[in-house]
Design a protein around this ligand. Structure first.
Ligand SMILES: Nc1ncnc2c1ncn2[C@@H]1O[C@H](COP(=O)(O)OP(=O)(O)OP(=O)(O)O)[C@@H](O)[C@H]1O
Ligand SMILES: [Mg+2]
Length: 262
């Protein structure tokens, strides 16, 4: 479904690559988790796949295929058709992606109608149902609110709901739950797993939390300094990491009663 060959990304022509030598193959319905320290290139990799590198960022080498399409060759029109429906992304700070001067409801309805011929009333209902799935209990009030009237965690859940609306084939999730309390976190994780169960959505999940990675993912990738330091099934990563960096990362997970939790 997703195939990345020797990808490198730079911010500015003369800069050192922010990510380099990336190879990744993902099958339909697979959940792959990326862990790694701040600045290691996780967001850069996801944004490169999504075709939305910020500022002077550009793909300096390699190639990304999604299904039978090479993403570098897509026209703006083809990108519009792909984004949101087949390929969608939950940003590290989804709340900041919302337009601050428009109510959630009007943005969400517009987003739905952009991708699907649909009456506004039906789109409103669909949006409200998605918000309820994200455990926003007072979904109607959320729909009528401006982003600044919601808490950061509520805005994040609006972003997550929007990204999941069309049951994409691939969901890119950049630390989707780090701003949420643990109860909400586990509900959102359950929601993502359900998306995979019901619709075969593949998920590429960036997380700081090795525990989340271990409980959700089929495979784990450890990023360090712009490249993959380790990659393998969770058993391989836990039992026999190749790189010293991964070993240190595992050692840093707190132990309780002499037993490690991941
Ligand atoms: N808009 C930008 N302009 C220039 N350099 C950038 C930009 N965004 C990221 N970088 C650089 O790219 C490298 C990787 O950053 P990236 O945001 O991908 O890291 P990350 O692994 O997502 O970190 P975090 O865990 O803190 O989110 C860093 O050295 C960073 O300084
Ligand atoms: Mg990041």
């Amino acid at each position: 479904m997703l195939s990345i060959q020797n990808l490198s990304v730079k911010y500015g022509k003369n800069a050192v690559p922010a990510v380099q030598g990336i190879h990744l193959e993902m099958k339909q319905g697979e959940i792959v988790s990326i862990v790694g320290e701040s600045g290691s290139g996780k967001t850069t990799l996801l944004r490169a796949i999504m075709g939305c590198l910020p500022g002077s960022g550009y793909v300096a080498g390699g190639n990304i295929r999604f299904g039978d399409q090479s993403l570098a060759d897509l026209s703006p029109e083809e990108w519009r058709n792909l984004r949101g429906t087949e390929l969608s992304m939950i940003f590290q700070d989804s709340g900041a992606m919302l337009n601050p001067v428009r109510r959630i409801g009007s943005q969400y309805v517009e987003y739905i109608c952009m991708h699907q011929r649909q009456e506004k009333k039906k789109a409103w209902k669909q949006a409200t149902e998605m918000l309820e799935k994200m455990h926003l209990t007072d979904a109607d009030r959320v729909m009528r609110s401006y982003p600044f009237q919601l808490s950061g965690g509520m805005r994040q859940r609006v972003g997550i709901a929007m990204a999941m609306t069309f049951q994409p084939r691939l969901l890119l999730a950049d630390e989707p739950t780090s701003s949420l309390d643990v109860t909400t976190q586990s509900q959102i994780v359950a929601q993502m797993l359900e998306l995979r169960e019901k619709y075969g959505t593949g998920i590429l999940l960036v997380t700081h939390n090795l525990g989340t990675a271990v409980c959700m993912a089929d495979r784990i990738i450890v990023m360090h300094d712009g490249h993959f330091a380790d990659a393998g099934t969770r058993e391989e990563i836990l039992n026999g990491p190749v790189s010293d960096y991964t070993r240190k990362l595992l050692e840093s997970v707190p132990a309780m009663g002499g037993e490690r939790f991941v």
